[in-house]
Write a protein that binds this ligand. Structure first.
Ligand code: FAD
Length: 378
């Protein structure tokens, strides 16, 4: 095992860092303040292949591994965690179609997802089933060549703007074996969207409910066999959790770098605050926690790429450790900036708000502990 990235991995990271510096960082504060969804910037990411990072080249993806995906997500989150996470969710949904869909569903939906002419949402959560995702109630009853959908999905990233919704719905009995995965198009009659949620962070992307009222979806839009939807959703989340961990790493690295610059400039009691031992210890703790979280995330990414038996447990550990560390590091950076950290004139408060939700979505960090504990004790 090598602690250094390969030349190819460094080159991939360089491309993502340049894209971030040119296209994301200069605009991210405005997107946040104006709640602006950067559709065009996200589309330009697809020109670099970032709409289909870990999709096989055979279906039009760029065929990279999960470590390379984590490097790209981390680099983009350095500018804007919200935008990076959006691209992660799109990749996760596209990967589910590419990995479990039949030829017809792949041909119908993937080409426009790969170019990001269409954006994809991942629809698992419902108003009454969040952590208990297998308890979802949205029904899909077969009627001729269609399923007829009724129910609601909650907290859906991209709802109302995205063209494609990869939905977990109930086609059978209660429990996870009664769940199937269907691709639903935005303009399907009977599909409607709730109001954009007003949130603490992630302002640069919309979050809303998706409602189904007798929405007819062709049976041919199903991804995988009936009853396999929950397993498909969980397989997607292994990658999603790595990506969200990487988004926390990128945000935390930005907060650390901003803090190092700030404490060398800011003077109190006649000296730079960097001279105080507390400041040095604080910076050291932030850097050490970040390095540990990154190492764990990279190992977990290699395990998911290699389909290792403990890949799900490792991805859950990476998500738990990296997102907790990310939030703590951002908050510590705010403290080191004093009152200025609380102002929108500096980027830190945006990262504090944006990284906080990473501890909640893609399974809360309590759910990560539950998965890890169960796997160790089984
Ligand atoms: C901005 C945002 C974007 C999102 N995007 C998407 C999306 O695109 N697609 C999607 O499907 N979902 C999305 N979500 C939903 C997200 O995945 C859920 O919010 C999350 O899974 C938690 O579900 P919940 O909010 O219902 O909380 P609950 O499940 O009600 O949890 C409340 C609290 O109880 C704890 N808890 C629950 N069960 C247990 C247990 N067994 N043991 C210990 N503690 C427990 C939780 O950890 C949490 O602290 C998004 C959420 C947000 C905020």
């Amino acid at each position: 095992m090598d602690y250094k990235l390969s030349e190819q991995q460094v080159a991939i990271r360089d491309v993502a860092e340049k894209f971030t510096a040119d296209e994301i960082t200069p605009q991210a504060a405005r997107w946040d303040e104006n709640h602006e969804f950067p559709r065009d910037t996200i589309r330009r990411a697809a020109d670099l292949g970032f709409g289909a990072i870990y999709l096989p080249e055979a279906v039009g993806g760029i065929g990279l591994g999960r470590l390379e995906a984590a490097l790209i997500m981390e680099a983009m989150a350095y500018g804007c965690p919200t935008t990076s996470a959006y691209i992660s969710i799109h990749n996760m949904a596209a990967w589910m179609i590419a990995s479990f869909g039949d030829d017809a569903v792949i041909k119908k939906f993937l080409p426009k997802l790969i170019t990001m002419e269409h954006f994809a949402s991942y629809c698992l959560t419902e108003p009454d089933s969040g952590s208990d995702a297998a308890g979802l109630k949205t029904t899909a009853i077969k009627d001729g060549d269609d399923y007829v959908l009724n129910g609601s999905k909650a907290f859906i990233s991209g709802a109302g703007v995205n063209e494609i919704y990869v939905c977990m719905v109930r086609t059978g009995d209660t429990g996870h074996r009664g769940i199937s995965c269907l691709v639903v198009e935005k303009d399907t009659p009977g599909v409607s969207f709730g109001a954009n949620e007003r949130k603490l962070g992630w302002h640069a992307q919309p979050t809303a409910m998706v409602n189904f009222e007798d929405a007819r979806v062709p049976v041919s839009n199903r991804v995988g066999a009936e009853g396999t939807g929950f397993n498909i959703a969980m397989a997607g989340l292994d990658g999603g959790r790595l990506n969200i961990a990487a988004c926390s790493l990128g945000g935390a690295q930005r907060c650390l770098d901003e803090s190092i610059n700030y404490v060398k400039e800011r003077k109190q009691f006649g000296q730079a605050i960097a001279e105080f031992q507390n400041t040095q210890f604080q910076i050291a703790d932030m850097a050490a926690a970040l390095a540990a979280a990154r190492a764990l995330t990279h190992i977990a990414a290699l395990k998911v790429t290699e389909d290792a038996p403990d890949k799900t447990q490792s991805a859950a550990m990476a998500k738990l450790i990296a997102t907790d560390a990310g939030s703590k590091i951002a908050n510590d950076a705010l403290q080191l900036h004093g009152g200025y950290g609380y102002l929108m004139d500096y980027p830190i408060e945006r990262f504090v708000r944006d990284l906080r939700v990473h501890q909640i979505l893609e399974g809360t960090n309590e759910v990560m502990r539950m998965l890890i504990g169960r796997s160790l004790l089984s």
